[in-house]
Design a protein around this ligand. Structure first.
Ligand code: NAD
Length: 496
């Protein structure tokens, strides 16, 4: 993408037709109430378009469409090879529409268009391709039984999957849910975050173009406490797959209990520790990745390495290296390919982050950033910020900020490092930097996190499961294990 300039991106953006209607039963439709909400570009404060505010009646319409599609087998009844062909075409269409999709996410929630174009959109295409390619290679099982019996263990789609997603990686989060759910034959009702609905709506159009039958993928934009809640409480939704905050994740467990006991899979918050040991072989690489781990995507990453613990004997040297790298992340116009950090998703989140920073100034030592800034006189931007000497019980160290704010502290022994790292309600990710192979294995076992990265941060691929222990969630996205969420096991026993 190196040859595309800011002017090119701005020209492309000005040519876009932004559409905010819902997508139900294969068509763009306004909300039944006619109510729409403002979709704002956080980098400029400007109105992008009006988006349908779906309520319980719209959700019901979408669920009915998804149920009808599931029951008549127009997708669930297709062979794995037929579903694969559609998913591969969708992957190609995502690639063919890269510029538009990258712009939609960038304009909607402020991320760098360059990141969207090189990370998010190719990632989405790769995941549709991966699940498409996987689906005709899954075999069912035959159980060992007495002669005269045949016991088959079959994997079947659940029916209607409700997917509720956050705004930090809008297209990718939609993909992580839809690709495996659709691959096994489910119908989906997707609710994007109110801050970032545009790419999910476009994805549904592309899916139809790829050959996905009408009604199989519906998108209902709207507010969490209305649209998300209606999906969570709907009696004909078989499963909810959610990514978002721990607080809202718990609500979905309640909605399930209050309605039809639908399965609930949760990818929730994190406060992931990054442990730098004095025997780390390459402190420069560790400093590069520590900065990347908290400042990439403006720190709006669930598995961001937001707690850094460094061994006391190297703390001074390491911190100097880290602070040096802060300059690599300067808030700029998200449509400028030379910018290194984008806008925060909205005014509320910007104020929330600044609240943490203002409180942090009273309890810890600020060594970088700390200010809200504007770009071209506008927008929601926060400098990359580092606090050191952060107390273990300070809010900076305990709560998920979901912004470019790093809390740093020190440790003296391995046991202390593990104890500090694990003393959190979360368990999404952890990183360890050491050249000591035994220590790497010891810590990988002891750290309570869904992913432990050794000598890197936040290691992630379609081939490996992603998700958390403790209050970071239930279940895993990505890899073949994601199929476990979207299919049920059926035993069929035949005596002969
Ligand atoms: P959020 O929980 O506020 O919202 C997530 C989704 O839930 C949105 O679509 C929202 O509209 C909906 N929602 C909000 N309130 C609701 C309610 N009362 N009932 C039903 N639905 C409701 O989270 P967010 O601010 O959009 O995203 C940030 C959070 O997402 C962070 O906590 C982050 O860690 C988490 N996240 C986790 C992962 C992961 O894989 N574990 C990935 C990305 C983000």
């Amino acid at each position: 993408m190196n040859d595309i300039t800011k002017i090119d991106w701005q020209t492309e953006a000005s040519r876009l037709t932004l559409r905010g209607e819902a997508f139900i039963d294969g068509k763009r439709v306004p909300s039944l109430s006619g109510v729409a909400f403002d979709c704002i570009n956080p980098a400029t404060g400007g109105l992008l378009t009006k988006v349908a505010a779906c309520d319980a009646a719209d959700v019901d319409r979408a669920v009915k469409s998804a149920r009808a599609a599931f029951d008549d087998g127009r997708w669930s009844g297709k062979s794995p090879a037929e579903r694969k062909a559609v998913m591969l075409r969708l992957a190609d269409l995502i690639r063919a529409n890269l510029t538009e999709l990258a712009l939609l996410d960038s304009l909607d929630m402020g991320k760098l268009v360059n990141d969207a174009a090189t990370v998010d959109v190719p990632g989405s295409a790769a995941i549709f391709q991966w699940y498409g390619e996987a689906i005709d290679k899954l075999y069912d099982e035959i159980a060992p039984t007495e002669p005269g019996n045949l016991a088959m263990i079959r994997r079947e789609p659940l029916g209607v999957v409700g997917a509720v997603i956050p705004w930090n990686f809008p297209l990718d989060m939609a993909t992580w849910k839809c690709a495996p759910a659709l691959a096994v034959g489910n119908s989906v009702v997707l609710k994007p975050a109110e801050q970032s609905p545009l790419s999910a709506l476009r994805l549904a159009e592309l899916a139809i173009e790829a050959g996905l039958p009408e009604g199989v993928l519906n998108v209902v934009p709207g507010f969490g406490e209305v649209t998300g809640k209606a999906l969570g409480l709907h009696p004909d939704v078989d499963c909810i797959t959610f990514t978002g905050s721990t607080e809202v994740g718990k609500m979905f467990l309640t909605y399930s209990g209050q309605s039809n006991m639908k399965q609930v899979w949760l990818e929730c918050g994190g406060k992931s520790p990054n442990l730098i040991f004095a025997d780390c072989e390459n402190l420069d690489a560790a400093a590069d990745m520590a900065a990347f781990g908290i400042f990439f995507n403006q720190g709006e990453v669930c598995s961001a390495n937001s707690r850094l613990y460094v061994e006391k004997s190297i703390a001074e040297v390491f911190l100097a290296k880290l602070v040096e790298r802060v300059g690599r992340y300067t808030p700029g116009n998200p449509l400028d390919p030379t910018a290194t950090m984008g806008a925060i998703v909205d005014e509320n989140q910007t104020r929330r982050i600044m609240g943490f920073i203002d409180e942090g100034r009273k309890t810890a030592r600020l060594v970088a950033g700390g200010e809200r800034v504007s770009v071209d006189g506008k927008g929601c931007f926060v400098q990359p910020t580092i606090f050191v000497d952060v107390g273990h019980n300070d809010r900076l160290m305990r709560e998920e900020i979901f912004g470019p704010v790093l809390a740093v502290s020190t440790f003296e022994t391995e046991d202390e490092a593990v104890a500090l790292a694990n003393d959190t309600i979360y368990g999404l990710a952890a990183s360890v930097w050491t050249a000591n192979l035994s220590r790497a294995h010891r810590l990988s076992a002891k750290l309570k996190a869904g992913t432990v990265s050794v000598n890197t941060v936040d290691a992630l691929s379609p081939m490996t499961p992603f998700g958390g222990f403790k209050q970071s969630g239930i279940g895993r996205d990505l890899s073949l294990h994601a199929f476990d969420k979207f299919s049920g096991l059926k035993t069929v026993w035949i005596r002969y």
